[in-house]
Design a protein around this ligand. Structure first.
Ligand code: HEM
Ligand code: FPP
Length: 312
């Protein structure tokens, strides 16, 4: 995974790839896609040049948040196998460089988004970066197993930022897109936490699998997956949804629920023996689930332009 990727540079010798890795590009690609969809499905058309510039600065803002997270978390990233080769814990980028890079990029991206789109969108991006870095990373991540439930809001804001670029505000539809990602984050992250528990335990991070164990986590994954279904259907029936969104939602929800039920029924000894194969599958499927929902919104919008998609 590229977030954890390492370059051939020796300690102290930062390469371009290291600064790119600080932006958490793979995670941010899906974040930016949701922002793009939020912008495109909004009822106010945006000039393609403004849209491209806005998406670029949302991407840079997300990357800045990733760099600031990696600056603050360098001590725990050093203790986890998944993250030990990141540029800061591996010593290729200094903490000062990561902090300076993140702050500069955050400042530039928010100001430029405000200038290119509108002040509300720029402030919303600043708030999202603040939420991920300060509320999630600094405040909650090391304190409570609810860290990703509350902090997960940061990852759910980007489609609302995209919508704000187009409309200058918030709406029921943009709140529904928020709800979709907000409720998706716990099953997304906790399915990974099931097979990464030892990493978090070694670093002393109170993820749910560490504090409450795997069986309880399986129950919470199922609970959030059940809560996700009405949110996904409500979005499909909203003004940005349509028959295609509904069909995609029904299929993806059924598959997600089947996976969550399977994890819930799993015997721990069996899971351990097969290397947490089903847990890894559900984690990967969570990415497809979110991508599929937002891709369907985009396709519905495209169909609508040809006179087909949507409910009306
Ligand atoms: C608090 C919220 C979240 C937490 C704690 C979380 C956690 C994680 C972790 C630990 C990984 C493994 C990454 C790695 O190996 O370095 C991951 C992967 C991923 N996450 Fe999340 N995530 C969250 C929210 C999101 C959101 C909102 C999105 C997109 C909208 C997202 C998209 C992804 C993607 C695309 C990957 C796969 C990256 C790859 O293949 O390398 N995540 N997530
Ligand atoms: C536009 C904008 C500012 C977007 C921000 C979006 C956002 C909050 C994404 C969060 C996704 C993410 C990388 C979580 C990782 O948690 P972690 O940091 O605990 O994971 P780690 O252990 O891999 O560092």
């Amino acid at each position: 995974m590229s977030d954890t990727s390492f370059s051939s540079a020796a300690p102290g010798e930062a390469g371009l790839r290291d600064f790119l890795a600080l932006l958490k590009p793979r995670v941010m690609s899906l974040v930016v896609f949701t922002a793009f969809v939020g912008l495109v499905v909004a009822p106010v058309p945006v000039h393609p040049f403004v849209a491209a510039v806005a998406i670029l600065f949302i991407a840079l803002g997300g990357g800045a948040a990733g760099a600031l997270n990696m600056w603050y978390d360098a001590d725990i990233d050093r203790l986890m196998r998944r993250t030990e080769r990141r540029p800061v814990p591996a010593g290729r980028v200094s903490e000062g460089e990561a902090l300076g890079f993140g702050l500069a990029l955050a400042g530039i991206s928010c100001v430029m988004l405000a200038l290119a789109a509108n002040v509300f969108a720029g402030l919303f991006l600043a708030f999202t970066i603040f939420f991920y870095v300060v509320v999630y990373t600094v405040w909650l991540k090391r304190r409570t197993p609810q860290n990703i439930v509350i902090g997960g809001a940061a990852g759910a804001f980007p489609p609302m930022i995209g919508w704000a670029v187009a409309t200058g505000g918030i709406s029921a539809e943009s709140l529904l897109m928020f709800a979709l990602i907000f409720l998706w984050t716990p099953p997304h992250f906790w399915s990974l936490a099931l097979f990464m528990r030892d990493d978090y335990s070694r670093a002393g991070v109170p993820m749910l699998t560490v504090t409450h164990g795997r069986p309880a986590t399986r129950g919470w994954i199922l609970a959030y997956t059940l809560a996700l279904i009405p949110a996904s259907l409500a979005l499909a029936f909203s003004t940005v949804g349509g028959p295609l969104c509904l069909a995609v939602a029904v299929i993806l929800d059924a598959l997600f629920l089947r996976g969550a039920l399977r994890l819930w029924r799993r015997d721990e000894a069996v899971a351990e023996a097969d290397g947490f194969a089903a847990e890894k599958r559900l984690f990967r499927f969570s990415l497809l689930w979110l991508f599929g929902h937002f891709a369907a919104l985009l396709a519905e919008r495209a169909l609508h332009l040809t006179g087909w998609g949507g409910w009306a």
